[in-house]
Design a protein around this ligand. Sequence first.
Ligand code: NCD
Length: 330
Amino acid sequence: MTKNIPPINSKIPHLPFGDHQDSPFYGRDIISVKQFNREHLDYIFDVAHEMYEMVARVGSFDLLKGKILASLFYEPSTRTSSSFTSAMERLGGSVIPINNVSYSSVTKGESLPDTVRTLEAYADVIVLRHPEVGSSALAAKYARKPIINAGDGIGEHPTQALLDLFTIHEELGQVDGLTVTLMGDLKYGRTVHSLARLLTLYDVKLNYVSPDLLSFPSELFDEIAATGISQASYQSLSPVLADTDVLYVTRVQKERFEDPVNHEALKGAYVVTTDTMTDAKEKMIVMHPLPRVWEIDMAVDEDPRAAYFRQMAYGQYIRMALLAMVLGKA
Ligand code: NCD
């Protein structure tokens, strides 16, 4: 009776019946977009699309029944944490939410490795957001269960980049051949760091629009240049707007600023308005990982090219796909 149950000190992450253990993501951590190739992306998008259809048809279903996700957030979150929760619950699983670490033993001085080792004793997969670059990789070193990076400081936000790319794919039909303009805080915005890296798998042209102080990191620029992707930096949107297929806007990450005055000085410099939309292509999309503060005027929301709320909704299906995949059910 007990022979299929691994011993409690086993190194095997999870072995229930009927798993797809041959899946390339089974039992794997998701730490960086560098882990993915185009074949993986096609597969993830197919699964996400199926998840979308299933949710539209039946709302929720029991693919991950009996599985538990620990959702551990050391930084604020609305969309990422709630879409991981809804993803898990729509798949019939359940969630241990630690969205306010000040009520956990972290306040008593518990280290990240110990917190992760605790949660994996109760859960099958851990989603982690933490202010330090490399925190998810560190957690993954200690954890036997899959760790999914939900943002590590200014480092990466791989699940956001996957949903961003899925959005482009769903909205514009293909990614190859597009001109993608990233605008705003390109220095501290982790979503653009992950997205730009992921876009190197496609034949795209990348434009970076930001004030000098918030420009795209030079090491990342060099990393992307080495892939042969064409990139150019600008201080204003006007030279590239007319050619842009995807305008990806980001918030100034004021929580990352050492000096709050710097943030105030930059506020308002890069705002998308209805005038911006007049000069843009008829078939382009405006994206934003959200939360929006002042970067996109609310009047733009009525424009069908404003894709940011649809983008946010796509996140649930991508996260359903990822959870099913790492737990060997897709
Ligand atoms: C982003 C993040 O946390 O990096 N939000 C998100 O996950 N959708 C972007 C931001 O906070 O500006």
